[in-house]
Design a protein. Sequence first.
Length: 161
Amino acid sequence: MRQPPFKNVPEHMQALGEMTASFASLESEVSQLIWILLGDDPKVGQIVTVQLSFQRQLDLLGALFKHKFPDSQAALELDQILAGISTVEQKRNVLTHSQFILGTAPNSLFRYKATAKRSPGLKNQFERLMVTNITEVTDQLNQLANELYEFQGRYLRVNVL
């Protein structure tokens, strides 16, 4: 019987799982703010947000907030939070959509990703992946989810669930 391939790197796998759960929490905060801004029926918000990629949800959240509160300091604050979210989501995507390769040393794992874009052409990324690389992204996801939660409390004071 074949052994599970990543049994020898449990700390990496646990960190990837925590990162995934933290992203889901952040995604939920974004969705809930959209639901609030769309009106009284959260199901309408759910219908809208489940159809959108995460980046489109960020765009929608920013646009809805600016529509409801034009020229406000809160809109500028939200723009900064959304920019941070966009940046950390890209870091999360790099990790999530990579192939993982076990190293020969104990507890060693490498990340491999091939991309092909018009300008640079084929690009292969291969790097050693440390647990701290993953936990840094997780910490940023958690920080931004908390910032959005606090933003909602300051400016929208509504509980969706």
